[in-house]
Ligand binder design. Structure first.
Ligand code: HEC
Ligand code: HEC
Length: 222
């Protein structure tokens, strides 16, 4: 532990409230070096290469909310979210390196995608801004994930309890990754969403809805 870190740990111990702010603000320069193992899959600037199907997609991390990345890394570490590629990576990661690494990826700029199928964009846009009516009502994605899918670290200020209100940035993400996560929430293989937030939404989405919303979200600039 260097002097700065021990001072920070001391301040955290004294004022509990200062702790979350201090640990959320990592050092992106230090993080770039610590992220050496991550960039093989997630890209040197957090823009991972698109992999052809059926390869498992590597998500882009560029511009992602640091609070959300921290939650996911903790979930992978603890086994609340599992993935054969990512779980061992998170488990090997020192807790003290997480703030710097997520600060590095959060600072990068995401490159959004050209839609692969323009014919589904209108349906995707409708789902994003208006959700779906009966018989399987779905709330609009924009309400939580924000305009252009920029993410929102507190989409429901009246509840104000992380992590249930921590909606990640999804604009510009790979369509294949978005679709895969929605299917994983739908079939329950991803279940680290607090209060079932995404599982409740995804189980009301058809395969066609998922193709459309994934293409649309992937094209959003942010
Ligand atoms: C071998 C490839 C690989 C390496 C190396 C790797 N990851 Fe991942 N990572 C993945 C895959 C695949 C996923 C998506 C897992 C899933 O579908 O649930 C992922 C997911 C993530 C997520 C969640 C993204 C989201 O939007 O929910 C974060 C955060 C993350 N990785 C950070 C890291 C960090 C930090 C490192 C370096 C310590 C790292 N990864 C190294 C393959 C990798
Ligand atoms: C009520 C708020 C809310 C609404 C509405 C909502 N989401 Fe989410 N979404 C979340 C939260 C919270 C998470 C993070 C859950 C976790 O920690 O795993 C999330 C996660 C996701 C993820 C995973 C992102 C990643 O990087 O792995 C995708 C994809 C997603 N949502 C897409 C959508 C789509 C598409 C819609 C609209 C059909 C939608 N969401 C509507 C709150 C919401």
């Amino acid at each position: 532990m260097d002097k700065m870190e021990s001072l920070r740990a001391f301040a955290c111990a004294v004022i509990a409230a200062a702790c979350s702010t201090a640990s959320a603000a990592g050092n992106p320069e230090a993080g770039e070096k610590k992220a050496a193992a991550c960039i093989a899959c997630h890209g040197p600037d957090g823009n991972s290469p698109a992999l052809p199907e059926p390869a498992e997609p590597w998500p882009k991390l560029a511009g992602q909310l640091p609070e959300y990345m921290t939650k996911q890394l903790h979930d992978f570490k603890a086994g609340r979210r599992t993935n054969s590629q990512m779980s061992p990576q998170a488990q090997a990661l020192a807790e003290s390196d997480i703030p710097d690494i997520v600060a590095f990826f959060a600072k990068q700029k995401i490159k959004s995608n050209e839609p692969a199928d323009k014919s589904v964009m209108a349906q995707g846009e409708k789902l994003f801004f208006s959700g779906k009516g009966r018989p399987e009502p779905v709330v609009a994605c924009v309400g939580c994930h924000g305009l252009n899918g920029v993410g929102n670290k507190n989409w429901n200020k009246s509840l104000a309890s992380l992590p249930a209100v921590l909606a990640p940035a999804i604009g510009g993400q790979h369509a294949s990754y978005v679709a895969r996560q929605l299917k994983a929430y739908r079939d329950g293989t991803r279940k680290n969403d607090a209060s079932n937030t995404m599982r409740d939404i995804a189980r009301r989405l058809t395969d066609k809805d998922i193709v459309a919303i994934a293409e649309y979200v992937a094209s959003l600039p942010r």
